[in-house]
Design a protein around this ligand. Sequence first.
Ligand SMILES: *[C@@H]1O[C@H](CO)[C@@H](O)[C@H](O)[C@H]1NC(C)=O
Ligand SMILES: *[C@@H]1O[C@H](CO)[C@@H](O)[C@H](O)[C@H]1NC(C)=O
Ligand SMILES: *[C@@H]1O[C@H](CO)[C@@H](O)[C@H](O)[C@H]1NC(C)=O
Ligand SMILES: *[C@@H]1O[C@H](CO)[C@@H](O)[C@H](O)[C@H]1NC(C)=O
Ligand SMILES: *[C@@H]1O[C@H](CO)[C@@H](O)[C@H](O)[C@H]1NC(C)=O
Length: 290
Amino acid sequence: MYILLRYIALGLASILYVGAQRSAPRVLIYSATAAYRHDSIPTAIRVLKENGASINTTFDATEDRTFFTDSNLKSYDAIVFLSNTGEVLDDYGKAALENYFNSGGNFVGIHSASDSLRNTTFFVRQLGAKFDYHPELQEATVDVIAPSHPSTNTLPQAWKVRDEMYNFESDPRSLGAVVVLSADESSYTDTRERKFDQGTPHPLAWYQEHAAGVDARSGTAGRSFYTSLGHLNETWEDSVFLGHVLGGISWALQSNTTRAFNSSGLVGNAGSSSANGGESGTTPGSSSNP
Ligand SMILES: *[C@@H]1O[C@H](CO)[C@@H](O)[C@H](O)[C@H]1NC(C)=O
Ligand SMILES: *[C@@H]1O[C@H](CO)[C@@H](O)[C@H](O)[C@H]1NC(C)=O
Ligand SMILES: *[C@@H]1O[C@H](CO)[C@@H](O)[C@H](O)[C@H]1NC(C)=O
Ligand SMILES: *[C@@H]1O[C@H](CO)[C@@H](O)[C@H](O)[C@H]1NC(C)=O
Ligand SMILES: *[C@@H]1O[C@H](CO)[C@@H](O)[C@H](O)[C@H]1NC(C)=O
């Protein structure tokens, strides 16, 4: 009887433990490109690594597509696709990424990530929409339409940026995404004719509570956050923009579906130490398969 009670108590304790952080989240940045390459990628990686401690998170970075195996991905609480373009994973890598998402893994996409893996349905759904085109880089006003979200709660209501105002091939809201930033189309020039309906107001950044790349019946859906901003070095050096991105990443981690926050999570950092430690495993650069 005592033993039984003890088991019940332990079970309850582990349920209650969900939500409390067990180990510092570990996040993988993937910035491989197969088409256009943004020269702001190294700046973005450096700035994210330098500021990881502000969200209690360790960032690893890789451009090695062979790093995408089940065993390597499973120690991450989120995977960030940073300014990728084109076909940046082979079928093995895509299968590992899909398993990761189905296991509760969280996703963050930044800038041209929406112009990568365009034919991979689960990836496009996980991100929310495919990039269509953008007018010339110019100054524009971005409207905060969900001001209480962690990715926007430090932004001015009408945020002046110098960036590319992306257009998309579909409306991410059709997958259940909540748009947090929209483009004020009167604030910049776009003369091209649009072929697709991306919905109104014009989406620029959004989140999905249960990412649509996962079949919720067969998998555990983590969270997804996407922002189309982030073209220039100057953008990455701007603390206002950085607050937007770090807020989005830290919100995605709070899905509580990965090990940093969930003792029964299937993926995530299982280590018990803080931002520099965690479970040792293969780190990017040292893998050589498949
Ligand atoms: C995750 O846990 C935190 C802390 O307990 C809680 O505030 C948050 O609502 C949880 N998130 C989800 C999606 O359940
Ligand atoms: C942006 O920064 C990178 C280094 O992080 C540098 O190589 C590149 O030349 C910079 N681009 C411009 C346009 O200054
Ligand atoms: C993606 O699909 C389009 C249309 O079917 C095709 O033209 C293109 O070659 C495909 N790209 C890749 C990388 O598979
Ligand atoms: C914790 O992880 C397990 C295994 O993926 C999942 O079934 C459960 O829903 C997660 N808990 C929360 C609060 O998301
Ligand atoms: C950071 O992570 C450690 C575990 O590694 C945890 O003890 C600590 O509470 C976390 N700090 C914050 C601010 O979440």
